[in-house]
Design a protein around this ligand. Structure first.
Ligand code: NOJ
Ligand code: CA
Length: 716
């Protein structure tokens, strides 16, 4: 006979099984080849997995948080509801690689409630695009929780194997590393020399942490890019690598006391992004990160103008002039002033020389660094009040320079280096921007070299994330465009704040000036990593490639001159510098023509060929014209390739001006040798390109006139 007790027991078991089934139920969303599954496991742990064309990409991986005060949002959840939605819309960026962007996704929202008191509510929103998945956590308004502190985000990315990875270490204060290409199992962040100011154990405490965007390639040719979008009021996400399991987990950059983020419900995290394709070119063409950012908060945008610029800058980088004005602040002349050392770069006559060159050569902007007092003691001593952002050195005549630049039609670009003292900058920001408005500076380059103040904060933590955004908002208030050096790496926020033209947050061309530089493959990896989140002020266009660094005669760039030209196309930015000195351009004005012509704003972009670490070829159509420009770059290997020009308008003839490596060029022995050729081409042309070791090709394509057709040979 069956006892009452055993019936109850059976009933209980059945109920538990029903609960477990409900827990294990899979909710899915998909778009073309990309599929996302969400489930709670038997203990109520939220998990997601991702596949591409039926192939697993992310295996079941956990989601959740640990909060301060021993609150674990990691398990024991119940699904209260799921919601779905589909969106297909098109929007126009203020500037960009293309003039229109399609935002097409299927959304799945899982509303969760924890089963133990105080029954915390947590929603997870997934957006599944044709090219990947974005998801974020939302904390709705709720009784059980208002203010909370994140001590750990548990998001994991369990990979299917020991993929090839293109990585830099998870440094809390710098992204300016060369990329290492290795198996996941060979990742070791401590093998790289520390670049940020500070100490390895404080700045890269985790030997197995890497920065995002992290680019991965599987053995069977799938490309996976992991990053984040819309990083606002939260700390940035690095990835801890568990080599034994090929698993990555979110590692948030801590603040001065070790906390990760301070939140108040209702709120949400940034989006975690997984961009996927079996074609490397699709990764570069992806607009997912932009689509996950909010539309522009700036309504009137006619003052925001992409531009090319020069700088009283490279001369300081290579050591032929300096930012500071004197060698000693404490020894004064009889008249009471400091004694100049007479190699100060930002002097009025020198600035005017650059203004003249820019004005004569269609370069709209001029940056001048070292114009303001403070450069004698600007970094290293962790001193808070270092710059006032308004007092020029005695040999920099602000008014005269402003008038001269205006007369010549050149826009002066302000430089506000903070030396890492963000508190000082916040106090003086209005003063600094008022000064810019007064003297006609419509853009600013800011910088954060050194250890951050508030002391103990990191460049990539929540406090600084908020500070950079504050500086962008302040700049917008004063109608100033901004380019930030040494910030957290970008996450697509230039959609929301289109005055945020570019930033550094990566290893720029400048490393060739003051160090052994960047390897020939560097610029073939950057588009897949650093550039995924937004444009970089990389500063291309160096023409003098050897013997440029004062006192270091054997230093050289790992690039050809033609490759420097190609970078204007392959390294997208609405702000592009012609970084070399006027006197280094002078002997090569035929090649400089490409820099004059190449635009910084585009109607269309075709990623023609790409392989991280090896090569990138991109064609772009100038905004508002029928001109196209092509850039092709290679790594340390020479390369031959054929580029069909089938993107050109059918039936139209174009003049192609080809700036290519000379036959005997290569980055090491003959970097400055180039050849310029002109041909008539059309959409049926197949261009044969040959790139030298460390080389490149830059091509401009303009509609042919009758005269052109008579004078220039057709391409064969
Ligand atoms: C580092 C920046 O990247 C560089 O462009 C600038 O010249 C120096 N800091 C000084 O601000
Ligand atoms: Ca390579």
């Amino acid at each position: 006979m069956i006892s009452r007790k055993s019936i109850l027991c059976l009933l209980g078991t059945l109920l538990f099984m029903a609960y477990a089934v409900a827990q294990n139920q899979v909710s899915s969303a998909s778009m073309n080849k990309v599929n996302l599954d969400f489930r709670l496991d038997a203990t109520g742990i939220p998990q997601y997995s991702v596949s591409f064309d039926g192939r697993p990409v992310i295996l079941a991986s956990r989601l959740g948080f640990k909060l301060n005060n021993n609150i674990s949002l990691d398990s024991n959840f119940k699904i209260i509801k799921t919601q779905t939605k589909s969106v297909d819309e098109t929007w126009k960026p203020v500037w960009g690689e293309v003039s229109q962007i399609r935002n097409h996704y299927n959304e799945l929202t899982i509303l969760l409630e924890q089963q133990t008191a105080p029954k915390i509510l947590l929603n997870i929103v997934f957006k599944v695009f044709e090219d990947g998945v974005g998801f974020r956590y939302e904390f709705p308004l709720q009784q059980g929780m208002r203010y909370f502190v994140v001590s750990q985000e548990l998001t994991a990315f369990n990979l299917t194997g020991d993929h090839k990875a293109f990585w830099i270490p998870g440094d809390f204060d710098s992204n300016e590393y060369e990329y290492t290409t290795s198996k996941i199992s060979d990742i070791d962040a401590w093998k790289t020399m520390l670049i940020s100011s500070g100490e390895k154990k404080a700045n890269i405490p985790d030997q197995y942490a890497v920065q995002t965007p992290l680019m991965l390639k599987t053995n069977d040719g799938l490309y996976i890019n992991i990053h984040e979008a819309a990083l606002v009021d939260y700390s940035s996400m690095q990835l801890h690598v568990n080599k034994a399991t090929n698993s990555l987990s979110a590692a948030l950059v801590p603040d001065a006391v070790g906390n990760k983020a301070y939140m108040r419900a209702p709120t949400h995290t940034p989006w975690r992004t997984i961009i996927l394709s079996d074609k490397a070119t699709d990764i570069l063409a992806s607009k997912m990160i932009l689509n996950l950012n909010e539309p522009s908060k700036i309504t009137q945008t006619d003052w925001i103008k992409p531009m090319k610029f020069m700088g009283v800058w490279w001369e300081m980088q290579v050591g032929s002039s300096s930012w500071n004005y004197t060698d000693n602040l404490d020894i004064l002349s009889k008249s009471g002033g400091v004694i100049p050392h007479n190699h100060h770069g930002a002097n009025t006559a020198n600035v005017k020389r650059y203004i003249d060159f820019a004005a004569n050569n269609n370069i709209k902007g001029l940056l001048v660094e070292g114009w303001n007092k403070g450069w004698e003691e600007w970094t290293g001593d962790w001193k808070e009040n270092n710059f006032d952002f308004v007092t020029p050195y005695p040999d920099f005549d602000v008014k005269d320079i402003a008038a001269y630049a205006k007369k010549k039609g050149v826009q002066m670009i302000m430089h506000n280096e903070t030396g890492g003292s963000a508190t000082n900058y916040e106090r003086l920001m209005d003063t600094a921007f008022r000064f810019m408005n007064k003297f006609g500076y419509n853009s600013v380059k800011t910088g954060y070299v050194g250890k951050i103040i508030p002391r103990g904060e990191h460049h990539d933590g929540q406090w600084m994330v908020d500070h950079y955004i504050h500086s962008i908002q302040k700049a917008a208030e004063y109608k100033v465009m901004i380019d930030i050096h040494e910030p957290v790496r970008p996450t697509g926020l230039h959609r929301t704040y289109p005055n945020f033209l570019a930033c550094e947050a990566g290893r720029g061309n400048e490393w060739n000036a003051f160090s052994d530089g960047n390897s020939p493959e560097h610029e073939t990896i950057m588009p897949f990593t650093r550039l995924m989140g937004g444009p970089m002020d990389y500063t291309p266009g160096i023409f003098k490639l050897r013997n440029y660094a004062k006192g270091v005669p054997d230093r050289q760039m790992h690039t050809t001159l033609a490759k420097q030209l190609a970078l204007y196309v392959t390294m997208y930015s609405p702000l592009q510098m012609a970084a070399d000195l006027p006197e280094n351009y002078a002997p090569h004005m035929d090649a400089f023509q490409f820099i004059k012509d190449v635009p910084v704003d585009w109607d269309d972009t075709k990623i023609l060929e790409a392989e991280p670490g090896d090569y990138v070829t991109i064609a772009r159509k100038e905004k508002g014209t029928s001109n196209w420009f092509i850039g092709a770059i290679t790594d340390e290997n020479s390369r031959s390739t054929t580029i069909p020009l089938n993107f050109l308008d059918k039936g139209k003839k174009y003049v192609a001006t080809i700036y290519k490596d000379a036959d005997n060029a290569d980055w090491k022995n003959n970097p400055e040798a180039y050849k310029i050729e002109k041909f008539i081409v059309d959409s049926a042309t197949n261009l044969q390109l040959k790139l030298a070791k460390g080389g490149g090709v830059a091509i401009s394509l303009a509609l042919a006139t009758k005269d052109n057709l008579n004078l220039i040979a057709a391409y064969r």
